[in-house]
Design a protein around this ligand. Structure first.
Ligand code: NDP
Length: 487
């Protein structure tokens, strides 16, 4: 199907690229006159067909030897890494993150595949002697079956890859519903996967809205496991749909991460970490530093440097040289961000800088990085995930108070401390109630070979990434073996 010279990108259904009943257009949030493309929307019938074929393909894939699976994942990873510039440009264009971040994301996505390529060869079980004489026990992991992957727009390639790579590594079929606002990155990744030596229909792409095709997917009894990243309300809805079929779920959701800056911190380092953590990815990260918990002893000096740093940030078109912060992803997200700015002010916070819609030469969703001062942890701007280039400073009188503020949240994904005291760093590392904790590092930015996930409302189900992913993407089988007759 074509619109002028634009060719509509299709869904991958049961191994075939198919048009949908409808299609949507996708525009560049840095420049709304730039049409990224037209994208097919999968129909309910197509979803059923692809789920059926996925079941057949999964049995075939699970029987592939580990070396054959390893080669598939390695090829995908190598191609992503070698095309990081090209695919990172596409990603930056459709999502709005600066080009360097887009390229970095695609490269990182490749590393998830090469890491799990190696894991294909490391699937080693356990054995034991039974308590019964002459009986041996073999414990091994098997694939769960057909996995639904529902991914968000903020890391459209990396988040999908840290789910798809282990799903395939451990022998599953994948039906992927990406966020409808970032379909171009999804098609690009699917094209790479589809070209590999995999059974027909092992991997499906079902673009469409969350409320229609997404909801159908999570309600389907043909799905064995659902891995989701997104908002808490949608996560809760997915969990209640999944429980009807007793489908396994893994969910990464919002957060309200805090960076604690102590009176013995290197202030320049603290400001660099706070700016990067708060405004990287336009603040649209589940690991963003949205609360800056600052010791009174350095509060004024820290705030002065922080505000100066935020004001100096270059906001602009994601593909322009030197841009440090791109646009917000959508009109809706921008309007929610501006509502939070008004809310913060009405709660009594002082907006020291930013927090405003910006006019640019290109028509897009631009906003200046905003810093709230004189806030307390009871304010809604410090309780709710904003997913905005906004951060709040909370002044505290001691380390103990800082730790208690850091932990006073329903979420629990990441937290960090900036200090030169080993005693405080150690105490914080052991007592911060988050799944990830950092010392003299940003709250955002994690590795791919170790577990990732949070506590409280941030996560539900087994951890993602590293070897921990096996817990979700496999099921354990315990075999008892007897020779049958005495030797
Ligand atoms: P959502 O939770 O709505 O979307 C995440 C994914 O879930 C998307 O692929 C979406 O599809 C899909 N989805 C939506 N509704 C359903 C449903 N009923 N059944 C199945 N899948 C569904 O997040 P938004 O993109 O709307 O962002 C809203 C807020 O969520 C952000 O402001 C932020 O606070 C939070 N968020 C957190 C993320 C994180 O990394 N933890 C990532 C993204 C958002 P589609 O987009 O096509 O409708």
């Amino acid at each position: 199907m074509t619109l002028g010279r634009i060719v509509t990108k299709l869904n991958l259904i049961a191994g075939e690229w198919l048009a949908g009943e409808t299609e949507i257009e996708n525009r560049n949030p840095s420049d709304l006159s730039d049409l990224v493309g037209m994208f097919a929307q999968a129909s309910a019938d197509q979803l059923e067909a692809t789920l059926d074929q996925a079941r057949v393909a999964q049995a075939e894939w699970a029987a592939y030897g580990p070396e054959r699976k390893q080669a598939v994942l390695m090829n995908i990873g190598n191609e992503l890494m070698s095309r990081a510039e090209e695919l990172g440009t596409l990603l930056a264009r459709e999502e709005g993150k600066p080009l360097a971040e887009g390229k970095g994301e695609v490269y990182r996505a490749g590393q998830f595949f090469t890491y799990y390529a190696a894991e294909c060869l490391r699937q080693i079980g356990e054995n034991a002697d039974s308590v019964r004489p002459g009986v041996e026990i073999d414990v091994r992991r098997e694939a769960v079956g057909v996995v639904a992957i529902i991914s968000p727009w903020n890391f459209p390639t990396a988040t999908a890859s840290w789910k798809i790579a282990p799903a395939l590594c451990y022998g599953n079929a994948v039906v992927w519903k990406p966020a409808n606002i970032t379909p171009a990155s999804a098609v690009a990744l699917t094209e790479i996967i589809e070209r590999q030596d995999i059974p027909k229909g092992l991997f499906s792409l079902v673009m469409g809205s969350g409320r229609s095709i997404g909801q159908r997917l999570v309600e389907s009894p043909k799905v064995n496991a659902i891995s989701f990243t997104g908002s808490v309300p949608v996560g809760k809805g997915i969990a209640s749909a999944a429980i009807q079929n007793l489908t396994k779920v893994q969910m990464e959701m919002g957060s309200k991460n805090a960076l604690a800056v102590m009176d013995d911190a290197d202030l320049d380092l603290a400001v660099t970490l706070a700016l990067g953590g708060a405004f990287g990815g336009t603040g649209q990260k589940c690991t963003a530093s949205s609360r800056l918990v600052v010791h009174a002893g350095v509060h004024d000096a820290f705030v002065e440097k922080l505000v100066a740093g935020a004001q100096a940030m270059k906001v602009g078109h994601a593909l322009e040289d030197g841009v440090q912060m791109g646009p917000v992803v959508s009109e809706q997200q921008l309007s929610e961000n501006l509502t939070y700015v008004d809310l913060g002010k009405s709660e009594g916070a002082e907006l020291a800088c930013g927090g405003q819609r910006l006019e640019m030469p290109h028509d897009g969703f631009y906003m200046s990085p905003g810093v709230f001062l004189n806030t307390n942890n009871d304010m809604r701007i410090n309780r709710e995930e904003m997913f905005a280039p906004l951060t709040s400073v909370i002044k505290v009188g001691s380390y103990d108070e800082a730790l208690s503020v850091v932990n006073a949240t329903n979420f629990g994904l990441t937290s960090g401390i900036v200090t030169q005291s080993l005693a405080r760093a150690t105490h914080f590392r052991r007592n911060a109630r988050t799944g990830v904790v950092t010392v003299n590092l940003p709250t955002a930015g994690t590795d791919y070979h170790v577990p990732f996930g949070g506590r409280g409302d941030s996560s539900y189900g087994p951890r993602e990434q590293g070897k921990a992913a096996a817990e979700f993407y496999t099921t354990v089988k315990t075999a008892y073996i007897s020779a049958g007759t005495p030797v």
